[in-house]
Design a protein around this ligand. Structure first.
Ligand code: NAD
Ligand code: DAU
Length: 341
């Protein structure tokens, strides 16, 4: 089997490539990635010489059916995306290009090449925000609140339409918040861990009571593997870690685990349009595909902190470059956050 993995130089894509090469010894992987600020070939250093792996620098917007045919691609797994909500609040143009127009280009190329399976890596954020009770199921209406989640919902609707109109072999996977090794330190958990290790302030939006349902990245990878091999064409599968946490409780846990410096919690202005609570009902994938997560939050967080402690060079390099400008814009100038008062 030859898999085309798009966005494989990012956080989840690079973990998934490592997962596939380990668990499917006869599979080959082509990683197509544009290498935006979030794409980093260092994420794949340990496997770059593997004969079953190949990297191609490119944009999903320019994918052609002829190219997929020439490479003998059997299945496409689309991870490529602009993925950070805060950046989509500052400027959403790239989000529409990659997450909507890029998905359409990849779908069209995949259709032309008659690929056997196409998995769209989507997100629980397309469902919007929950109140104190209830869960997102696959039947929850789409109600995206941020430009990021609206662009992901746009991609999902195109996949749905291709399945319906062209009998295209598409499947959509909607997962909750991931954490683990190689996550770009603009996202909450790696931002907290790396700031704590540097003795810097830990920014918490609003009252810190927003809830996310956390899943360790390996568990997301095993779910995608199950969907790739056992998922039904045209279906949606929700994936969640059954691990709801208030943001402030995540901060306190990280402070307790990284105790050698004294990091300070800093409540900052809330994110604009901040979704209050996400929680996934993953009964369908558990029952129909026999998947379940292996990590609870404590085990996953320990493994993640350990990785960031052992890989300081990786994140220190990232935090020097473009990231510095972004951090200033976000946290010092308050872009993407609600105005004072
Ligand atoms: P990421 O930002 O770490 O990585 C995205 C990758 O896509 C980068 O390597 C980037 O270079 C590449 N890319 C961006 N635009 C591209 C383009 N036009 N052509 C080719 N490559 C391009 O993202 P992530 O956190 O690994 O998320 C991967 C996917 O999973 C995304 O689709 C995201 O919406 C989805 N998702 C993420 C989470 C999460 O918690 N991180 C949860 C659920 C779903
Ligand atoms: O639910 C899946 C989604 O999870 C993915 O689709 C997105 O790609 C991914 O970025 C993530 O979105 P969130 O907005 O939930 O994740 P983020 O890590 O940005 O924030 C998690 C929570 O922490 C959220 O309530 C906002 C809050 N937060 C975040 C940052 C960066 C803070 O309080 N302070 C911060 O500095």
């Amino acid at each position: 089997m030859i898999l085309l993995i798009t966005g494989g130089a990012g956080f989840i894509g690079s973990n998934f490539i490592r997962y596939i090469l380990k668990h499917h010894r006869n599979y080959k992987v082509i990683n197509l990635d544009k290498l935006t600020y979030a794409g980093n070939l260092e994420n794949l250093r340990d496997i770059e010489k593997n004969k079953r792996y190949r990297f191609v620098k490119g944009d999903i917007l320019k994918t052609k059916g002829e190219w997929l045919k020439a490479k003998g691609v059997d299945a496409v797994i689309n991870f490529a995306a602009e993925s950070h909500v805060d950046r989509s609040i500052i400027d959403s143009a790239d989000f529409i290009q990659t997450n909507v127009v890029g998905t359409q280009a990849l779908l069209e190329a995949s259709r032309e090449a008659k690929i056997k399976r196409y998995i769209q890596i989507s997100t629980d954020e397309v469902y919007g925000s929950l109140g104190r009770s209830g869960y997102f199921t696959e039947k929850t209406p789409l109600s995206p609140n941020s430009p990021y989640s609206a662009s992901k919902a746009g991609g999902d609707l195109l996949v749905r339409a291709y399945c319906h109109t062209h009998k295209f072999p598409g499947i959509i996977a909607r997962c909750s918040n991931n954490y683990g090794p190689y996550q770009f330190p603009e996202k909450f958990i790696p931002l907290l861990i790396t700031n704590a290790l540097e003795g810097k302030q830990l920014p918490v939006y609003g009252d810190g009571l927003n809830v996310r349902d956390w899943i360790y990245v390996d568990d997301h990878c095993s779910a995608i593997d199950a969907i790739l091999h056992k998922g039904k064409i045209g279906e949606v599968y929700n994936i969640g870690g059954n691990s709801e946490k208030k943001n402030i409780d995540v901060v306190k846990k990280i402070i307790a685990l990284i105790s050698h410096r004294s990091p300070i919690i800093k409540f900052v202005q809330d994110r604009k349009g901040h979704d209050r609570r996400y929680a996934i009902d993953s009964t369908k994938i558990r029952k129909e595909l026999g998947w379940k997560p292996e990590y609870d939050f404590e085990k996953g967080l320990d493994a993640t902190i350990d990785w960031y402690i052992k890989n300081k060079n990786w994140w220190k390099r990232i935090k020097k470059g473009e990231y510095k400008k972004y951090y200033k814009k976000m946290y010092e100038e308050g872009k993407g956050q609600k105005a004072n008062g």
